[in-house]
Structures are given as structure tokens and as C-alpha cells.
Design a protein around this ligand. Structure first.
Ligand SMILES: Cc1cc2nc3c(=O)[nH]c(=O)nc-3n(C[C@H](O)[C@H](O)[C@H](O)COP(=O)(O)OP(=O)(O)OC[C@H]3O[C@@H](n4cnc5c(N)ncnc54)[C@H](O)[C@@H]3O)c2cc1C
Length: 481
């Protein structure tokens, strides 16, 4: 499929004529992952996307002023995002992801601190020397962090899951982590990963970031940055029937469950199963109350809190950023990414950006310009030529303690709405709202659909989820189960 709308359903040559047909609503990462997995199992998929392009919240748009293709926001992945990387492999775009083995932190005084793993050393030894010499922290803070990392290792996965109702702030206090560490280390790493203030996030998800990215496997922390606009990653999306600019207005139900969808033009499409891969706000509107009452997946969706993210595209009159990125130890911008070869075009991000929603654009740009000039001495005379800010008010849900009780499973529960499946970063994926979480949810939805249709899809693979990176031996020796 190229990025043009296919108007008719076309059967795959390898697909039997009586192959089951599944409609996937929403062409974000979750919907695309569902579709690509089901097609690989010989299921006929029709993917419906309201917008003119794929990608949803991880997509690009044309800047009306310059005609340039810009991402709605810089998207970063890590080496531990095994399912997202599998998805890119299925799309044939793995080579478009560039990897960075050093995380570049920059202090408010402009000092640079690198965190990098030693090649060949297994986790968590690989980051040991870099953490030991991480001069942004005092010696006492480094000792405190080492104690916390050891405690996180010893928790293993089971111990971390048991902390779902505990805030990371409480966990930090119980482990005597000084408040200065929140500013210098925990917030810079976690706010961008979780889109929440680290003390307010669930300890489960905060500790998962450290376990999966830094402590279990030496590749986990490596930063992946798309080397092209996000939209280009999906340009050759390998599904046959993708209908862009096609908005679903209603779900069709029969006594036995979901039977298809209705489009805004009135057209009705029937299917053996429907996967809703939109955000949860749309999902709840489509399910009538009397049906929602017998399907626990819809009971608490309204309680998921949305948290904004601000992205700022900035063009300076001279190079400001030399490395591929900078993680600022003090804001307002939390991360900055280089968007051209010279470092004149940069992209700044503020996660958990609640207090930025009403800040006028010019004021925000002025503060970003001032920050960049003050932390990069070579840029102190740099002038901001132009800036575009994008604030996504409903960027992701807040991963607060207890949040998983609000998140629905992909498959209907016993007695729930048959043939109606859910995918999306808000569904129960084991991950916070990230690209990895969205792809996982899509693979899980595809597994649930394939299971439900098993009598019709024969021996095709029904398992799509890719395992986590393995826990390496030193981490196992230190107690990571
Ligand atoms: C500003 C920002 C920055 C982020 N940065 C990162 C990052 O650095 N790293 C990371 O891992 N994650 C990041 N994320 C999170 C990540 O983008 C999301 O978790 C992920 O893209 C969600 O994918 P999804 O498929 O679940 O939902 P969506 O992307 O929201 O997809 C839902 C799709 O459904 C479509 N749709 C809605 N209604 C209809 C309808 N009626 N008919 C047809 N189609 C419909 C929508 O148009 C959309 O394309 C960021 C998110 C934002 C907003």
C-alpha cells in the first residue's frame, strides 16, 4: 500500500476467498500493527483512517508557511522497544532509524554529561563506569542512585508489578533518594518516557523504564531517532486495503456482537470482527450505554486523565546544537533534537506540559530561545528566525498509580461485546502510552482476533508479540527475575 487511498477491498492472492474479514478503525501505530499482524496470518483486513495520512499521534504534517514536512513532535524510541522495532522491520524501514549510544545531558550552566554503555559489557555493568563518573551528581547522589538501581534490580518484574498502586515519589522516599536527584536524574529520564512528573507516576511504570532500558540488557538504553519525517516510515505500509480520509461514524451491532461499521457518508462495511484502534474518547462514544454496561472494558475509560505534550520546531540563524540531542537538567525545554546537519533547525519537547497549554506562542518561543542561548555558549548570540509550536492536549494518558485498573483488555470478557476488539496505547499492554505500547496493543489485539477466528484461519501463526530483551547474566545474578 502506498500512501494513497485504496477505494476497494482487494483479496490477497495467498488468501482464500472465504478468509475472514476484519475491519480496523484507526491508522495510528496500534491500528497499523493490528493490520500488519493479521494480514501476515492470512486475514483480510480493511484499515480505515479518518485522516489523509497514517501514523495518528506519531505522524507528520505540512508546515503551511514553508511547505516543509514536520513531525507533530519528535518521537524517540529505545533499544528495549522490541515490538516497535519488529513493526519497523515488517514495514522494511529499520534502516531509517538511527541509533545513539550516548545520552547527552546538559546542565543549566551549559556543562555536558554523557551517559554511555561500554560495548561488549552485559547489563548492568555496561553503564557502571559512566554512572560512576556522572559528574552532574555529587558523590553522595551517585551512591544514592546506585542503591536505588540495585533495589530496582532486585525487585525484578514481579516486584515492580506489585507496586502498581504506589507512587514513584513514595518509592523514592522509602529508598532515601534526595530531592536533588529528582531534578538531576529521575525527572530528565522519566518525564519524557512517561509524560508525567516522576513522583506522581506509578512506581511500576517508573521502575520499568530503568529495568528495561538500563538494567536488564545492554542494548535497552540505546536511543533510536527516525532519520526521516515520521510519515515516511509508513509510506509503503504493506497492507492491501487501506482507506485514508475514511471516517467511521458508528459501529453496527447485532444480538451476537459487532457486525461492521458505518462510514460518515452512510456506507456500511460488514466484517467478522471489528478492531477499534482510535483513542479511548472516540471508543466510548460509539458503544451504547446498555452494551457498555455488560462489558467491563468500557466501565472506567472516562477516568483516564489526558496529559499534554508541547513540541517546538525552532529555526536559528546559526548552529546551536552539535550533538544529535540534549537532555536538559533544567527546563523549560526538557529535550532538544537536531533536525538538520548543521544544528540550526532544532526541535524541543516539554512533556507533562499542563502549564504550557495557555502560554501564548510568542512568549513560549521567547523562553525557549533564551534557554538555548544560555546553555550553549557558542549560541549566545543566536537569533531565533522562526518557530512553530504544537501542543497536543490529549497526548497520552497519565500513568498514575492504579491506572491499569482503568485500562481495558483488547479482547471482550465473557459476556462482553463479541467480535469487538480494542487496540491503542490506552489499552492494557504492560507499557505506558508510548509507540511501543501502541504496537504491543495492536499485536495483542491481533492475537485475540486470530484466536477468535481460529477455526477459519487454520494453521497460520496466531502469536505476534515479540519478547522483551533477555535479562543478562549479571542482572540475573543481582536478583533481576
Ligand atoms: C506530542 C507527542 C509526543 C510523543 N512522543 C513520544 C515519543 O517520543 N516516544 C514514544 O514512544 N511515544 C511518544 N508519544 C506517544 C505515541 O505517539 C502514542 O502512544 C502512539 O502514537 C499512540 O498510537 P495509537 O495508535 O494508540 O493512537 P493514535 O495515534 O491516536 O491513532 C488513532 C487513529 O485513529 C484515527 N481515528 C480516530 N477517529 C477515527 C474515526 N472515526 N474513523 C477513522 N479513524 C479514526 C485517528 O485519526 C488516528 O490516526 C508521543 C505522543 C505525542 C502526542
Amino acid at each position: 500500500m502506498t500512501a494513497v487511498a485504496a477505494e476497494t477491498f482487494m483479496a490477497s492472492p495467498s488468501r482464500a476467498d472465504n478468509a475472514p474479514r476484519v475491519i480496523v478503525v484507526g491508522g495510528g501505530l496500534a491500528g497499523m500493527a493490528t493490520a500488519v499482524a493479521l494480514e501476515s496470518a492470512g486475514v483480510g483486513v480493511t484499515l480505515l483512517e479518518a485522516r489523509r495520512g497514517l501514523g495518528g499521534r506519531a505522524s507528520s504534517f505540512e508546515d503551511p508557511q514553508s511547505g516543509e514536512t514536520l513531525d507533530n513532535c519528535q518521537h524517540v524510541l529505545l533499544g528495549c522497544c522490541t515490538n516497535l522495532l519488529d513493526f519497523y522491520r515488517r514495514l522494511g524501514v529499520s534502516h531509517l532509524i538511527h541509533y545513539e549510544r550516548t545520552v547527552h545531558f546538559v546542565g543549566p550552566d551549559g556543562r555536558h554529561y554523557g551517559l554511555s554503555g561500554i560495548r561488549g559489557l552485559p547489563a548492568p555493568l555496561h553503564l557502571g563506569p559512566s554512572m560512576a563518573g556522572f559528574a552532574a551528581l555529587t558523590l553522595g547522589e551517585r551512591v544514592a542512585v546506585s542503591r536505588a538501581m540495585l533495589a530496582m534490580l532486585r525487585l525484578g518484574k514481579a516486584g515492580r508489578l506489585a507496586l502498581a498502586d504506589v507512587s514513584f515519589g513514595q518509592w523514592l522516599d522509602e529508598h532515601y533518594q534526595p530531592p536533588t536527584l529528582v531534578e538531576k536524574l529521575y525527572d530528565p529520564i522519566l518525564v519524557g518516557s512517561l509524560n508525567e512528573q516522576c513522583r506522581d507516576a506509578s512506581a511500576t511504570y517508573a521502575i520499568q523504564v530503568f529495568q528495561d532500558a538500563m538494567l536488564a540488557h545492554a542494548s535497552g538504553y540505546v536511543i533510536g531517532l527516525p532519520a526521516c519525517p515520521l510519515g515516511e516510515l509508513y509510506a509503503k505500509f504493506p497492507c492491501r486495503d487501506v482507506r485514508l480520509g475514511t471516517r467511521v461514524s458508528a459501529i453496527r451491532f447485532t444480538d451476537s456482537g459487532a457486525s461492521g461499521v458505518e462510514l460518515t457518508g452512510g456506507e456500511v462495511l460488514e466484517a467478522n470482527a471489528v478492531v477499534l484502534a482510535t483513542n479511548h474518547h472516540a471508543v466510548r462514544r460509539w458503544v451504547p450505554d446498555e452494551l457498555a454496561r455488560r462489558d467491563a472494558r468500557f466501565a472506567r475509560l472516562d477516568e483516564l486523565e489526558s496529559v499534554p505534550i508541547l513540541g517546538a520546531h525552532l529555526w536559528f540563524d546559526r548552529p546551536v546544537l552539535t550533538d544529535s540531542h540534549a537532555a536538559f537538567l533544567r527546563g523549560p525545554l526538557q529535550w532538544l533534537f537536531k533536525k538538520d546537519a548543521e544544528g540550526k533547525a532544532v526541535h524541543g519537547v516539554i512533556s507533562a506540559a499542563r502549564e504550557w497549554v495557555d502560554v501564548p506562542r510568542e512568549e513560549a518561543l521567547g523562553r525557549f530561545e533564551q534557554q538555548i542561548r544560555s546553555v550553549f555558549p557558542h549560541a549566545r548570540d543566536a537569533k531565533l528566525l522562526r518557530g512553530v509550536t504544537v501542543i497536543e492536549k490529549r497526548a497520552t494518558f497519565s500513568p498514575k498509580p492504579g491506572v491499569d485498573r482503568l485500562r481495558p483488555a483488547q479482547a471482550p470478557p465473557a459476556g462482553g461485546i463479541a467480535n469487538l476488539f480494542l487496540a491503542g496505547d490506552y489499552t492494557l499492554s504492560g507499557w505506558p502510552a508510548t509507540m511501543e505500547g501502541a504496537v504491543r496493543s495492536g499485536y495483542l489485539a491481533a492475537e485475540a482476533v486470530a484466536h477468535a477466528l481460529q477455526s477459519r484461519i487454520g494453521k497460520a501463526s496466531r502469536s505476534f508479540l515479540v519478547p522483551d530483551l533477555p535479562v543478562q547474566w549479571p542482572a540475573r545474578l543481582l536478583g533481576h527475575g
